[in-house]
Design a binder for this molecule. Structure first.
Ligand code: FAD
Length: 294
């Protein structure tokens, strides 16, 4: 199933991100995580990809295929182009097609040492190719701007280029303050970005994790989170619980504002997915607030 269709039905799809086997994570564990996520009946599950093909490039397609064929859940395989040659991209395309994958999240990937840009400088450079191959193509959006890009307007301009290249929906980078997302949607509308934009939410689970995320993607930390980090400095279990509750509150607020889609970075921890789905479904049926940015 083409994922873009789940947005056009206006049903606010709920989706999860999973990462494939890598390092200590075995295929068996990935399988059991996928099963638990599938039991929650999300609208789709996305499977991450290692930039530069380091370690798990084939595993992305394998795990996506397993979720689709075994559990009947639509999937989206991430694919990064940094370091890819045209021939290597053709191999990836052939592998995805052979495994029946219809949806791809087209990404550049983060710059990693030793992985030089080759035939493709930006995500937009592979979007047209993937679209011509018959894939339903999504791309990444940055509510606070991309970390390498100084101006939010430039980030939005680059988003529009991805739409013009054939991206039919976007999934956002994580953010901890919904006001940034709502402002971003305003800017996107002004710039002519008209395809659906799903909000990506990742709960904070601990101090080290949140520091790493903030450093990697430049998301702002609002004061309520800083206070929670201070309050539970020596109580990791309570901090984790508070992080999941905070993410649920973000998601229900986004749902109430009629956001196009809700994407949860589960970090392969099904209890996170379960808590978010319960919170969202409990709220469904309640009257939606009028979308605030239109
Ligand atoms: P691009 O859209 O190519 O942008 C990269 C940079 O170039 C940005 O600063 C952009 O503003 C700038 N730019 C774009 N076009 C132009 C232009 N025409 N001229 C000048 N500058 C331009 N990474 C992984 O390795 N694996 C994953 O599975 C993965 N999944 C992700 C899922 C989501 C939902 C998101 C939001 C990110 C994900 N990432 C993943 C991270 C992503 O690879 C990084 O954020 C990466 O640094 C940028 O990727 P992009 O596709 O947004 O790049």
């Amino acid at each position: 199933m083409k994922i873009a269709e789940t947005f056009t039905q206006g049903s606010q799809p709920i989706s999860f991100e999973i990462f494939p086997p890598k390092g200590d994570l075995s295929l068996e564990v990935a399988h059991s995580v996928a099963r638990e996520l599938a039991d929650l009946e999300p609208d789709f599950i996305s499977v991450t990809y290692s930039a530069g093909g380091s370690g798990n490039s084939g595993a992305t397609a394998d795990v996506a295929h397993m979720i689709q064929s075994e559990f009947g859940i639509p999937v989206m395989a991430h694919l990064t182009c940094i370091g890819l040659t045209e021939d290597a991209l053709a191999d990836r395309v052939a592998d995805l097609k052979a495994k029946g994958i219809e949806n791809v999240l087209a990404l550049r990937g983060d710059r990693v040492a030793g992985c030089e840009t080759t035939d493709y400088a930006y995500a937009k450079d592979i979007i047209g190719r993937l679209s011509d191959e018959g894939f339903c193509v999504g791309a990444a959006a940055y509510p606070e701007g991309h970390i390498e890009c100084d101006l939010l307007e430039k980030s939005v301009e680059h988003l529009k280029q991805k739409q013009d290249a054939g991206a039919s929906f976007f999934v956002s980078q994580l953010f901890f303050d919904n006001r940034y997302f709502y402002r971003f949607l305003e800017a996107c509308l002004d710039a002519g970005v008209s395809v659906p934009i799903a909000a990506g939410i990742m709960p904070f689970l601990g101090k080290a994790q949140i520091q790493r995320m903030v450093f990697m993607c430049g998301a702002s930390l609002p004061s309520p989170i800083i206070k929670l980090l201070a309050k539970y400095e020596d109580d990791s279990e309570s901090l984790r619980k508070a992080g999941i509750e905070y993410a649920c509150a973000q998601l229900t607020d986004l749902q109430a504002h009629g956001i196009d889609g809700l994407h949860v970075y589960t970090m392969n921890q099904p209890d996170i997915a379960c808590a978010t789905v319960e919170a969202l479904r409990a709220q469904r049926g309640a009257a939606f607030r009028k979308p605030c940015w239109r």
